[in-house]
Design a protein around this ligand. Structure first.
Ligand code: H2B
Length: 95
């Protein structure tokens, strides 16, 4: 069973993931691309990472914009799985 982050771990999130926003029990970030194809390619790569980790994003795409919200449904909130996936997504995006 995966544990929710405790208060100390939550307060460390901003330093670890400076571009992400903590919104209640979600970690959120928006991504922009030149084209829909680039946005969709990024989503395909994130999907493979997510499937490998068995940890799946909530997301929204319009044309060249992808909004991602991460939370751990099994924990009812933020866990280390969200932090790990967010870091992998940052690496993939290149920032
Ligand atoms: N994704 C996310 N974001 N949170 C989960 O708790 C979760 C998941 N659980 N993907 C996984 C799948 C679980 O339902 C399966 C059975 O392992």
């Amino acid at each position: 069973m995966v544990e929710k982050l405790d208060a100390e771990a939550r307060s460390a999130l901003t330093a670890q993931l400076p571009v992400w926003t903590v919104d209640g029990e979600h970690l959120k970030r928006s991504f922009r691309f030149e084209t829909f194809v680039e946005a969709f390619g990024f989503m395909a790569s994130v999907a493979l990472l997510a499937e490998r980790a068995d940890h799946h994003p909530e997301w929204f795409n319009v044309y060249n914009k992808v909004d991602i919200a991460l939370t751990t449904h099994d924990a009812g909130g933020l866990s280390e799985r969200d932090v790990k996936l967010a870091k992998q997504i940052d690496m993939l995006y290149g920032a």
